[in-house]
Write a new protein. Structure first.
Lengths: 116, 316
């Protein structure tokens, strides 16, 4: 499995879980469908970016750092659009970025360098 | 009359038993080990100014058969150029007519000494894989060792693994032809049916029964299994035990077909992959996966805990 694909799958799954937890917040429960879709798309975007980064750069700490930054920025943008819930959105988003950053560095195949 | 002390007597005995290397470029240093056919001495190569191990026939009453065996042994080792097989530098005859051959002097520990020093299971298995690779190379060249045991495996000072003592090795006809053109030295495998060769705890059942014709590379696979059992000691997991049992199957057909196959299963064990020799249940499969991906599992758990924490804090 390629690194970008791992990033997409993990980003989508964790993003969907992220969105589903909105069910525990009664104030937004009626918007659950939209939140889950939005959160999954956010996870997929983060996964693609982190996966392609992992394909280019093979470094666990840098990969994790990149994941954290991408996850935090995307989550922050979502929180801005929501106009609130910064901690509830940015913290999990950042952690999702960290997990995807770790997983894409640790697992998945990179194309081997071609013989020149 | 003056009596000689025990020390002096022992010294005299040693001098008398020392082979006479005066006609060679080697200077005797000390005895390293004694086997059924020959004794290995530490010598100095005066020309190249380095230490070498020299194996000399034990008996001065040299028959053509013994002579042929010794030369054949040197040729077998010389023909197996592999980092895991000790190289032969020279072959010759002492002034008393005994055949000798000089090989690399390996500084390091025997596998049993290495294991006794408390090497981790992972390190032991890596060394075992290197042994398998060397033996597989010999098999690919038509040579079956027939006496694999921890005492015949050395771990060099750079961590390299060397398989020693090919004195009772069996060769297949193509290799036999390639190592000797002298018909007197080409006595097919030099061992008659019914002769038991090897070391009891490490030899395959067919070898113990002296069924020389039935001995093939799977006899070495059995011995490798016994070496693995020794290395695992009481640290064996179920898959590791299963690998041992498969390698040491009573019938050759039930064993791994080659040392390469055995090495590959050890590789899977080291990489926390499912091994061929053991069918794991669902719980074992999950626990192996969790063990292999411990950090990822911890991260996901941390994420879920954080989620639960946020749910409760947002409610309050």
């Amino acid at each position: 499995m390629s690194k970008p694909l791992i990033g997409v799958i993990l980003g989508a799954v964790l993003g969907a879980i992220d969105g589903l937890t909105a069910w525990f917040t009664p104030a937004v429960r009626d918007q659950l469908g939209g939140i889950v879709v939005g959160s999954t798309i956010k996870g997929i975007i983060a996964g693609i970016a982190i996966g392609f980064f992992a394909k280019k750069f093979h470094s666990l700490p840098i990969g994790i750092l990149f994941g954290v930054i991408v996850g935090a920025i995307l989550a922050f943008l979502v929180a801005l659009m929501q106009g609130g819930y910064y901690l509830e959105i940015v913290l999990p988003g950042t952690l999702v970025g960290l997990i995807v950053g770790f997983a894409t560095q640790k697992y998945g195949t990179s194309p081997s360098p071609a013989n020149s | 009359m003056k009596w000689l002390s025990d020390d002096k007597l022992n010294r005299l005995r040693m001098i008398v038993s020392e082979p006479d290397f005066s006609s060679t470029k080697y200077t005797f240093q000390k005895e390293l080990g004694r086997g059924g056919m020959g004794t290995v001495y530490l010598c100095e190569d005066r020309e190249l100014n380095r230490l070498v191990a020299v194996k000399v026939l034990n008996t001065p009453d040299i028959t053509d058969d013994l002579r042929g065996r010794m030369i054949r042994e040197a040729q077998i080792i010389a023909g197996l150029e592999h980092p895991g097989i000790v190289p032969v530098h020279d072959v010759g005859t002492l002034s008393d007519g005994r055949i000798f051959y000089a090989m690399k002097f390996v500084r390091g520990l025997r596998l049993d000494e290495y294991a006794a020093q408390g090497a981790s299971l992972r390190d032991r298995l890596r060394k075992f894989q290197a042994v398998c690779d060397a033996v597989a190379f010999a098999h690919a060249h038509g040579v079956i060792h027939r006496d694999l045991k921890p005492q015949n495996i050395m771990i060099g000072s750079f961590g390299e693994v060397l398989v020693l003592d090919w004195g009772v090795a069996k060769t297949q006809s193509s290799f036999q032809q390639s190592i000797s053109t002298n018909p007197r030295q080409s006595v097919a495998n030099q061992t008659e049916d019914g002769t038991v060769i090897g070391t009891r705890d490490y030899m395959s059942p067919e070898q113990a029964r002296g069924e020389i014709d039935r001995i093939d590379q799977r006899a070495d696979v059995f011995s490798l299994g016994a070496v693995l059992r020794f290395l695992l000691a009481d640290k064996a997991t179920k898959p590791a035990k299963a690998i041992c049992l498969k390698a040491m199957g009573e019938a050759p057909e039930s064993r791994y077909t080659s040392a390469t196959e055995l090495s590959a299963d050890i590789g899977r064990l080291l990489d926390a992959e499912p091994v061929l020799a053991y069918r794991e249940n669902a719980v074992e499969r999950v626990s192996r996966w969790v063990g292999k991906n411990r950090f990822l599992v911890l991260l996901v758990l941390a994420y879920l805990l954080m989620r639960i924490f946020l749910i409760f804090t947002s409610r309050t």
